[in-house]
Design a protein around this ligand. Structure first.
Ligand code: ZN
Length: 207
């Protein structure tokens, strides 16, 4: 469990009370020559993934094997996602930590055909076999509204996941991010939609 920001990592932002974003991209393996292209299209959609396995590691050590696989095996420039939420809590001081692993200004490699306009968030674990941890739920509840507000998007429309990426012209991977994550995200998305409706309703009263 990390209690201080490791050398080379950067504190990026407090995204909600008690939850912060720490950039560890400089600590992860990169391809010797290849680099991801700069994003030119508007960033409109967040795609959620899972890692497909709990490697049993925590904090940055949980992320390094993902970056090693993406570079060493897939021959990608660097890890394919922009964000990772580990399975077990990571802390800086008393804040929970979500990891930034790549710039949102780069076109990465998480969701085929959708990377030019989409950020990728990976949840560590196999969420078809195991549930989200309460830490992951807490992080998502902080992260999703932060990401949507930062980019002026609506979670009811702009939150996707690998298996439903066809909706945005993507190439879906049906096993990702797993049925437990999909159920959670679908509920979150529906509730956000209902909140939007409720928020609009009072202003309609006087019309
Ligand atoms: Zn995926």
């Amino acid at each position: 469990m990390t209690s201080t920001i490791p050398d080379g990592a950067k504190y990026e932002a407090e995204i909600a009370g008690g939850v912060c974003l720490v950039d560890v991209s400089a600590l992860l393996r990169q391809h010797l020559k290849k680099r991801y292209r700069a994003r030119k299209k508007l960033l409109t959609t967040l795609f959620v993934h899972h890692s497909g396995a709990d490697n049993g590691k925590d904090g940055i050590e949980a992320i390094k094997p993902m970056a090693n696989w993406h570079v060493g095996h897939n021959n990608w420039p660097a890890i394919g996602y922009q964000f990772v939420i580990t399975r077990r809590p990571a802390f800086v001081d008393k804040s929970l930590v979500i990891f930034r692993v790549g710039g949102s200004d780069t076109v990465r490699a998480h969701t085929r055909m959708c990377n030019r306009f989409g950020d990728g968030l990976c949840l560590q674990g196999h969420l078809g076999k195991e549930p989200l941890t309460s830490f992951q739920e807490e992080c998502l509840e902080a992260f999703l509204p932060w990401w949507m507000e930062t980019h002026g998007r609506n979670p009811a429309k702009d939150l996707g996941w690998h298996s439903n990426s066809l909706k945005w012209g993507g190439v879906p991977k049906m096993a990702c991010p797993g049925k437990n994550a999909v159920a959670w995200l679908r509920t979150y998305s529906l509730l956000s939609d209902r909140k939007t409706v409720l928020a609009v309703h009072p202003s309609d009263v006087g019309k």
